[in-house]
Each structure stands twice: as structure tokens, then as C-alpha cells.
Design a binder for this molecule. Structure first.
Ligand code: HPA
Length: 246
């Protein structure tokens, strides 16, 4: 079973055949269900159906808990990002190969006991090996938002090794691994980050580019799901908790 999490501008990547609500210890989650062939695909709008939740208020734990409780083993997510390097241009799709988490104040774990999960391969290496055939892999810096960054922050993030900046990958990616699920993410580069081209950033340009790219993401995710559903999970993700506890 698959989960698809849509980000800004992409609330429902595919049309749901059915709407459902899942109760979790962290709150209620609304999802859609569709099928690709006989395979179930659960659809989740990260910011809510009407984009009512800013990045720092998304209920990441409830979302991942809900997908896991439905039997989802692999999650494909999308998000909008700003590019911090000139060669990655607005309009490009990239996949995330690593992440730097600069968020604070978000609930970022399911564990209150000592569990130390490995993140040597932060995104699912099996799904990423399919994505790398066509797309560039990038290091994603996750900021807290909801404001955009300052030019000095962007310069600092590039010194850390970041290439794109967004507000939602963390803690989603970490929580999925804590539930031993595969998680990969395709980002839509919607703009150059603050100070790179010196122009003001607006949510309108972010939405415009995500809308332009929605069809490409839909096709890509349908293709990926069709390919992955016949493949065993040979990645380390299902064994994420082995060696993580005392
Ligand atoms: N910064 C942070 N998040 C974003 C950006 C950005 O420039 N563009 C789209 N999401």
C-alpha cells in the first residue's frame, strides 16, 4: 500500500474514490483513497484540504500515524522549495537525497524512551534509485517558517551544504522512518531563495509553479507506484528499528 502526501499547491494529487477519517492518538486525519490497478493509494493533503495549516502547525505525527495504521509501507511526498544555487532553476523537479533539519518546536518523534534510529540513508534508497534515473538529487534544508528566509540565512545554509530550502520535510521524513516506512520526496523548485536573484518572494509565484508542475508529478507518482508495487522492499527501511533500542 502507498501513501501520497501533497504539499503546497497540490492538495489532492489524484482524485479520491472515497474519503475517510482516521483517529490517531494525536488527532483526526482526513484522507482520500484511490487505486492504481489493484493497489490502494492513500492521499493526504499536508496543509489540509483548504490549505489551512501553515508548515509549523501541520500535525506530522497524526499524518504519519494514520498512514501507518492503514498499512501504508511506502510514502511519496511532494513539496515546494526555493533554490539556493543558480544551477537549480525554478520549474525544475528534484528529489531529496539528504536533509538538514533547522526546525524547532515541532513534535519530531513517536518515542519518549531512548530509541536512536539510523539516518545514514535519510530517504528510501530504493525509491531514490528510481528517481535518480531522471532527476537531480539535492540536499534539502528545512526551516521552521512560516516566513521566508533572509539572504544571510540562505548564504549560511549553502555553507552548510544545502541546495534547496523548504518548510515541511522535517519531521515528516523522520517520523516515517520511525514507523519503518519507506519515504521519498520530490520537490518542485518554485523560486530562487531570498537574495539569490534579489527579488521579493511571493506565495503567488510558489502556487503558480506548483500548479504548472502538478500534472508532471501526478504522472511521475503513478509511474513510480506501478513500478514499485511489483518490487519487494529491498531497502533498509523495514528494519529501521533494528539496532535502534537499548
Ligand atoms: N523558502 C522556504 N520554503 C519555500 C521556498 C523558499 O524560498 N519556496 C517554496 N517553499
Amino acid at each position: 500500500m502507498f501513501g501520497v502526501i501533497g504539499g503546497t499547491g497540490i492538495y489532492r494529487l489524484m482524485d479520491p474514490e472515497e474519503e475517510l477519517r482516521v483517529e490517531t492518538p494525536y488527532g483526526t486525519v482526513e484522507l482520500g483513497l484511490t487505486h492504481i490497478g489493484k493497489t490502494k493509494v492513500y492521499l493526504l493533503a499536508r496543509h489540509g484540504k483548504k490549505h489551512e495549516l501553515p508548515p509549523h502547525l501541520v500535525n506530522y505525527r497524526a499524518n504519519i500515524w494514520a498512514l501507518h495504521s492503514l498499512g501504508v509501507e511506502r510514502i511519496l511526498s511532494t513539496s515546494a522549495v526555493g533554490s539556493m544555487v543558480p544551477e537549480i532553476r525554478p520549474g525544475e523537479l528534484v528529489y531529496v537525497r539528504d536533509v538538514i533539519d533547522l526546525t524547532s518546536g515541532r513534535e519530531r518523534t513517536f518515542f519518549d524512551e531512548p530509541v536512536h534510529v539510523d539516518f545514514t540513508d535519510p530517504l528510501c534508497p530504493q525509491i531514490n534509485s528510481l528517481l535518480e534515473r531522471e532527476y537531480r538529487g539535492v540536499v534539502y534544508v528545512c526551516t521552521n517558517g512560516p516566513r521566508f528566509e533572509t539572504p544571510a540565512e540562505i548564504r549560511a545554509y549553502t555553507l552548510l551544504g544545502g541546495e534547496v530550502v523548504g518548510m515541511t520535510l522535517a519531521p515528516e521524513v523522520f517520523l516515517a522512518r520511525e514507523k519503518a516506512m519507506c519515504y521519498s520526496s520530490v520537490s518542485i523548485v518554485t523560486n530562487y531563495a531570498a537574495g539569490i536573484k534579489g527579488k521579493k518572494l511571493t506565495i503567488d509565484e510558489v502556487l503558480e509553479v506548483t500548479r504548472e508542475k502538478e500534472e508532471e508529478i501526478r504522472t511521475l507518482f503513478s509511474k513510480l507506484i506501478s513500478e514499485l508495487k511489483g518490487m519487494k522492499r529491498t531497502c533498509p527501511c523495514p528494519k529501521a528499528l533494528d539496532g535502534a533500542t537499548l
